[in-house]
Design a protein around this ligand. Structure first.
Ligand SMILES: C[S@@+](CC[C@H](N)C(=O)[O-])C[C@H]1O[C@@H](n2cnc3c(N)ncnc32)[C@H](O)[C@@H]1O
Length: 404
């Protein structure tokens, strides 16, 4: 079958009339191949797009870690801006878009890697796009060098800590103290295994090793710096994917709340925004995960030149802050997970809040929540798209809302 690609879907696949989904194809391209279940798994490109480039990574053809490496940077940048623009248009909204900020190659400081024992040792990598088996990624262009250099340690942990057939997942995070590793799906931890795993962590200079939810060892403090303030996040909790992306989001948030004296930081995590804001304003950080707030509180106590900061552990989906609790804050920062913040945004809309800095990783829920604010009298100031998941279809957004 021969088809012409009309557009990209939200996972970055080409879509032709039918619809027929064609991975790694670009709008305008004419492709040919067998179609099964609405998918052309192995297309031959008959007429390539002028936006097509040679993928910079030798693993790209099979690795499932990236999905847009066959497109030029300019194409991906425009496409990501358009995804956000179209999501807003669906709700009748328009906005001023700033130029996208894209993280450089080899800047992903946090990644999920899979491991499996083999006849001669172990293999570590990403899953393949088609079959979900593990592919090794020695030439990966995505990961921070420190994350990639942890692969021999992950191999040793896989050999020691998994049975022959099982697959293990690692969340690997670059920290100032070295690499922080959380392993899930390995053998149950007992005394001898704990000693062996701690020996491996020591041998390879890991900062911290956590097995399921048990700390095996912390050899160096797995510290992150937010605006120079040192935080030790709990193992496996949220961290912006690249330092570059974090800087872009923080500067958009700081610009929005500049001049405010009391700021509410909702879904605050360990304080990516709270700590930089506390250099100029009082902050109340609210977040569902109590251990993240303990880390933030400790960082604040040791921080220099910070204004007053308080924390509250609270489920903001079930118990959003009410208008009375929002009263008295000059600005609100809100950075929910992918589901967005429907309940909390409804309370903000019903309150007398004037300034909101919204950060989002999902254009669909971002646009829905933006519409609620606009319906309550807010105007969108700017929209800043941040691409910290380079070569993937993910999009990050920071936007400002002002009620006159
Ligand atoms: C996208 S992260 C943002 C974290 C932080 N603002 C940052 O940039 O590092 C979303 C945060 O929401 C928290 N969260 C998820 N569901 C929640 C809920 N129902 N109530 C409160 N916080 C929640 C997560 O623990 C996570 O820290």
């Amino acid at each position: 079958m021969k088809v012409t690609i009309e557009r990209l879907g939200h996972l970055g696949d080409g879509i032709a009339e039918g619809p027929v989904f064609v991975p790694m194809a670009l709008p305008g391209e004419v492709v040919e191949g067998d179609v099964e279940g609405g998918k052309m798994a192995a297309p031959r490109i008959l007429e390539p797009s002028s936006d097509r480039v040679k993928p910079p990574c030798s693993h790209y053809k099979s690795c499932g870690g990236c999905s847009l490496m066959h497109a030029s940077d300019a194409f991906v940048a425009n496409w990501k801006q358009d995804v956000v623009r179209r999501a807003l248009e669906t709700h009748g909204l328009t906005a001023e878009f700033r130029p996208i900020q894209t993280s450089p190659p080899q800047s992903r400081r946090r990644a999920g890697l899979a491991g499996k024992r083999t006849k001669n040792g172990a293999m570590i990598g990403f899953h393949t796009r088609a079959s979900g088996i593990i592919i090794e990624i020695p030439n990966c262009k995505l990961l921070e060098p420190a994350v990639k250099e942890s692969i021999p340690a992950l191999e040793a942990l896989t050999i020691a800590g998994t049975s022959r057939k099982a697959e293990i997942s690692f969340t690997v995070t670059q920290t100032l103290g070295g690499v922080d590793v959380l392993a899930q799906g390995g053998k149950p931890l007992d005394g001898p295994l704990r000693i062996e795993l701690a020996g491996i962590a020591n041998q390879f200079g890991l900062a911290r090793l956590t097995w399921e939810d048990e700390l095996v060892c912390e050899i160096y403090a797995p510290v992150q710096e937010f605006a120079g303030h040192r935080v030790t996040p709990p193992a496996g909790t949220f961290l912006q994917a690249t330092k570059d992306g974090e800087n872009a989001l923080v500067s958009a948030v700081l610009e929005t709340v500049s001049g405010a004296e009391k700021v509410l930081d909702l879904f605050s995590g360990c304080g990516t925004f709270s700590l930089p804001i506390a250099e100029q304003a009082e902050v109340r950080a609210v977040e569902g995960e109590a251990s993240m707030l303990t880390a933030l509180d400790q960082a604040w106590r040791f921080g220099k030149g910070l204004k007053h900061l308080t924390t509250e552990a609270r489920d903001l989906f079930r118990r959003p802050l009410l208008p009375d609790e929002i009263k008295g804050f000059d600005a609100i920062v809100i950075d929910p997970p992918r589901a967005g913040a429907e309940a909390q945004i409804a309370e903000i809309a019903a309150s007398n809040a004037r300034l909101v800095s919204m950060v989002s990783c999902n254009p669909v829920t971002f646009a829905r929540d933006a519409q609620t604010l606009v319906g309550a009298g807010f105007e969108i100031g700017f929209v800043q798209v941040v691409d910290q998941f380079r070569w993937s279809p993910h999009v990050e957004i920071a936007a400002s809302f002002l009620r006159r």
